[in-house]
Design a protein. Structure first.
Length: 160
């Protein structure tokens, strides 16, 4: 199934968060040359899924649902907060640096909550050793800090 059809199905079945998390049939495997330890290919989720569904299915209001999913995910597990940070970074790059995104996110709505959630959960994220936190002294916080530095260097936006 093409990725954008998975997005359509996920929205229709109220499973967009599961799609963004890469759960079950919604998982998008990383290319073999990508060495990251992430649950789904975030770049492809956006470029081959969310963006195409946005263009082909305007009645689904994909942008709004994507924003709502990101906001909702910040109140779930550490895993979800980590993923929101990854999606936020890639989306910011696609909007500002590469201008590949067909829409702009309402950052005034998302960034303050992301900042608050990251700061509130910093200690827990430092003790979260799954995915890219595996083998790191400070868990996924190291990856989140790295992403924050890169986002600031490339786009002058900081998560905290």
């Amino acid at each position: 199934m093409k990725e954008y059809k998975k997005v359509v199905s996920a929205i229709q079945n109220e499973e967009l968060i599961s799609y963004l998390e890469g759960k079950g049939a919604y998982k998008i495997d990383l290319h073999h040359w990508v060495g990251a330890k992430i649950p789904t290919d975030i770049t492809r989720v956006l470029s081959e899924g969310i963006y195409i569904a946005f263009r082909k299915e305007p009645k689904l209001d994909v942008k709004k649902r994507f924003e709502e999913a990101l906001i909702s995910m910040m109140d779930k597990e550490l895993f979800d907060l980590y993923l929101v940070t990854k999606y936020t970074y890639v989306q910011i790059l696609n909007e500002i640096k590469y201008q590949d995104s067909p829409f702009s996110i309402d950052w005034d709505n998302i960034l303050p909550k992301l900042r608050f959630s990251l700061i509130r959960n910093e200690d827990k994220l430092r003790s979260y050793f799954e995915w890219e936190g595996e083998g790191e002294e400070n868990g996924v916080w190291e990856e989140i800090s790295r992403i924050n530095r890169m986002c600031f260097e490339k786009c002058k936006i900081s998560f905290f």
